[in-house]
Design a protein around this ligand. Structure first.
Ligand code: ISJ
Length: 357
C-alpha cells in the first residue's frame, strides 16, 4: 500500500466519523428539546461519566482511556454548545491549571470568563453572569484551599461536579540549554514542588529565582527574556509560544489537584457512585461530645466520610467552628435522610455528584 492509499482509507473513515457525529448531534438535539419542555438543565456530568465508563469497558485499543476520555469530553462539550452556548468562569489567569481543568470539561467551544480571584468566580456564578464556575478545592500535596471551602459556606451555590487533574510542570524557555538560563520565574508552590529538578540542573549556575503570582505570568515574562525560563503548565507555555525544554519536572509525579464545578442551582441524578459535600454548623455549646455524636451517627448509618475540615466562624470572639464534610453516597439515599432527620437544621448540602477517582 502506498501512502496515498492509506490516506484515502483515512479520508473515508473521517467522512464516516463526521456523518456519525452529526447523527449523534441530532439525537442530542432531541434530548435538548425534551429538556427544554421540562426546563431541565443541559449539562449532566453523571450521564457523561456513565457513557465514558461504558466505552472504557468495551474498548479494545489501541486508544487508551485518557484519549477516549479527552475525545468524548470534547464531543459532549460541542453537543451541549449546540443546545445552549455555555459561559464558564474560571480562576485565571489564562494558562492556569484551573483553565486546563475548565477546558477539559467544557471544551474548546465554550465561552470562558477569566477571573482573578476565587471569590470573583463565586460572584459570577451567584449572580448568574455565568452558568458554571471552575475553582480548585485541594491539591494532594499541598492540602485544601481554604478560600474555596469558606466561600462554599458563605454563598448560595451548588457543586455540579468534581474533577481531578494531574499537575505537571514544565520548564519553558527560549534558551537552548540550562547553562544559558540566568533567571527562573515561577510561583512559590511550583518552586517548592520542583526543588529536586532545580538542584540537579542548576547546582553550578544558580540562576536567580523570581516569584510571581502565577505560573502563566512566569511564562509571559520568560517569553520576553531569552535568558529567562519559566516553571509553568504546558498550556501556559503554549499560550505564550515558549518552547518546552523539560517536561514533568515535579519531584512527585502523583501531584494532582481536585476542582469543583459550581453552579447557582444544580442537582445531579444519582449515578450509583456518588459523593456528597456538605457544611455542618453544629450548635455552639460547651457541652462535650457534640462533634463526636454527630460523627457517630454517620458511622451508625454506615456512611463513609472521606473528609472533615474544621473552620472558624469569622467574627466570633470565641473559638467556634463549623465543619466541611464529604462522604460517599447520594444525598437522597435513605441512610443520609436519617442524618438529615436528626441534624437537618444545621446541615447545608452543597451537592451530590459523580465520584471522580
Ligand atoms: C444529551 C444529553 O445532554 C448533555 C450531552 C451529553 C452527550 O453529548 O451525550 C450527555 C449529557 C449531557 O451533559 C443528555 O443528557 O443525554
Amino acid at each position: 500500500m502506498t501512502l496515498e492509499d492509506v490516506r484515502q482509507e483515512i479520508d473515508k473513515l473521517d467522512d464516516t466519523l463526521l456523518e456519525l457525529l452529526n447523527q449523534r448531534m441530532n439525537w442530542v438535539h432531541k434530548v435538548g428539546e425534551i429538556k427544554n419542555k421540562t426546563k431541565a438543565v443541559i449539562y449532566r456530568p453523571e450521564r457523561e461519566k456513565q457513557i465514558i465508563e461504558r466505552l472504557f469497558e468495551q474498548n479494545k485499543g489501541p486508544l487508551n482511556k485518557d484519549a477516549i476520555e479527552a475525545i468524548f469530553l470534547e464531543i459532549f462539550a460541542a453537543a451541549r454548545n449546540i443546545e445552549l452556548p455555555e459561559r464558564i468562569a474560571y480562576l485565571g489567569p489564562e494558562g492556569s491549571f484551573t483553565h486546563q481543568a475548565a477546558e477539559s470539561r467544557f471544551g474548546a467551544m465554550s465561552e470562558y470568563v477569566t477571573l482573578p480571584t476565587i471569590k470573583a468566580v463565586f460572584e459570577a456564578v451567584e449572580t448568574e453572569r455565568v452558568r458554571f464556575g471552575v475553582i480548585p478545592i485541594e491539591n494532594n500535596q499541598e492540602g485544601i484551599v481554604y478560600e474555596t471551602v469558606d466561600l462554599l459556606n458563605e454563598t448560595q451555590v451548588n457543586i455540579a461536579a468534581e474533577l481531578k487533574i494531574p499537575v505537571h510542570f514544565t520548564m519553558a524557555t527560549e534558551a537552548e540549554n540550562p547553562s544559558k538560563i540566568k533567571r527562573i520565574y515561577s510561583k512559590d508552590i511550583a518552586f517548592r514542588q520542583c526543588r529536586g529538578f532545580l538542584n540537579k540542573y542548576f547546582e553550578q549556575t544558580h540562576p536567580e529565582e523570581i516569584q510571581v503570582e502565577s505560573t502563566s505570568k512566569a511564562a509571559k515574562l520568560a517569553a520576553e527574556d531569552p535568558e529567562a525560563a519559566a516553571i509553568c503548565s504546558e498550556i501556559a507555555a503554549k499560550l505564550f509560544r515558549l518552547p518546552v525544554l523539560f517536561k514533568n519536572i515535579e519531584d512527585n509525579s502523583n501531584n494532582r489537584t481536585r476542582f469543583f464545578i459550581i453552579s447557582k442551582t444544580f442537582e445531579n441524578q444519582p449515578s450509583g457512585n456518588d459523593k456528597t459535600t456538605l457544611v455542618a454548623r453544629l450548635p455552639k455549646t460547651d457541652e462535650s461530645g457534640v462533634l463526636a455524636n454527630f460523627l457517630m451517627d454517620f458511622k451508625e448509618q454506615n456512611i463513609n466520610l472521606t473528609k472533615i475540615e474544621s473552620r472558624p466562624y469569622k467574627g466570633d470572639e470565641d473559638f467556634n467552628f463549623w465543619f466541611f464534610v464529604e462522604l460517599l453516597g447520594y444525598h437522597k439515599d435513605e441512610k443520609f435522610q436519617e442524618i438529615l432527620n436528626k441534624h437537618g437544621d444545621y446541615i447545608k448540602v452543597l451537592g451530590s455528584y459523580v465520584r471522580n477517582a
